[in-house]
Design a protein around this ligand. Structure first.
Ligand code: NDP
Length: 244
């Protein structure tokens, strides 16, 4: 079995990415933390090291091809391998289509789709050379169903699932490279902070469901990563029990 010891997590400054970085570090991975907010990455690195883990960080904007390439290259220089890549960074400024929030549509396409593609482009050649690796792309329950206000966000998350499944099928079968789609339902994070449409925010009020915690998704990601090389967990679809 190939040695598995380095993981890159994008969107590690918050929510699911932060929890995933901690979980993988606790399992012995040297974790490369990537996001734009440096102070949060510094704090997380300290926290992981205080628990006895190994972490480095690189300030990264996933919408930049160059940033993503340097993230992969720097990780390779530091650890010599990239075993796990968690393409997690994402935005969810939900809005009704007729509000024409074109800037927000652009941002979602840039981060949620292009960011994922740039991540794949950065690590795939390295994993092909290693003949092993695991790419986990974070989609959503919104990548399975559309609701009012989620048209564009869902469009990006459907795209993540399509891209992931296409990539999975194209992997050279002689290589131990796996692709997993991670599709969470509602998780308590900062994700809703970017919503500016008052009507969407109003619709959110009064929902009393017990949401998932970021750690619940981190554990699901760790499950997929820890399977033996002949097992590829194609997708993890995970909702809060009360979510329809
Ligand atoms: P958070 O808002 O807590 O975290 C989002 C992360 O993405 C932050 O670390 C942020 O870092 C990073 N990010 C955003 N834009 C960029 C960028 N341009 N470059 C680099 N990093 C960026 O949300 P979650 O943890 O909830 O979201 C993580 C993923 O999970 C997303 O893909 C989201 O769509 C998905 N998801 C979340 C669900 C939920 O209910 N919370 C449900 C289903 C899917 P920084 O701002 O520092 O760059």
């Amino acid at each position: 079995m190939a040695q598995k010891n380095t993981a890159i997590v994008t969107g590690a400054s918050s929510g699911i990415g932060q929890a995933t970085a901690k979980e993988l570090a606790a399992k012995g991975y040297h974790v490369m933390l990537a996001a734009r907010r440096e102070e949060r990455l510094v704090e997380l690195k300290k926290e992981i090291e205080a628990e006895g883990g190994n972490a480095d960080y690189k300030v990264t904007d996933v919408t930049s091809v160059d940033d993503m390439k340097s993230l992969a290259q720097e990780t390779l220089e530091k650890t010599g391998r990239i075993d796990v890549f968690v393409n997690n960074a994402g935005l969810m400024p939900l809005s009704f289509m007729n509000k024409l929030k074109i800037d927000e549509w652009d941002k979602m396409v840039d981060v949620n789709i292009k960011g994922v593609l740039y991540g794949i482009a950065a690590v795939l050649p390295i994993m092909e050379q290693q003949e092993s690796g695991h790419i986990l792309n974070v989609s959503s329950v919104a990548g399975h169903q559309v609701s009012k206000g989620s048209a564009v966000y869902s469009g990006t998350k459907y795209a993540v699932r399509a891209i992931s499944d296409g990539l999975r099928q194209e992997i050279d079968p002689s290589h131990e490279i796996r692709v997993t789609i991670v599709s969470p339902g509602a998780v308590e994070t900062e994700l809703t902070n970017t919503i500016t449409d008052e009507d969407v925010l109003e619709a959110f009020k009064g929902t009393s469901m017990e949401m998932l915690k970021a750690h619940d998704i981190a554990k699901a990601i760790a499950y997929a990563v820890e399977q033996p090389p002949h097992v590829d967990v194609n997708e993890i679809l995970i909702r809060p029990r009360q979510q329809p």
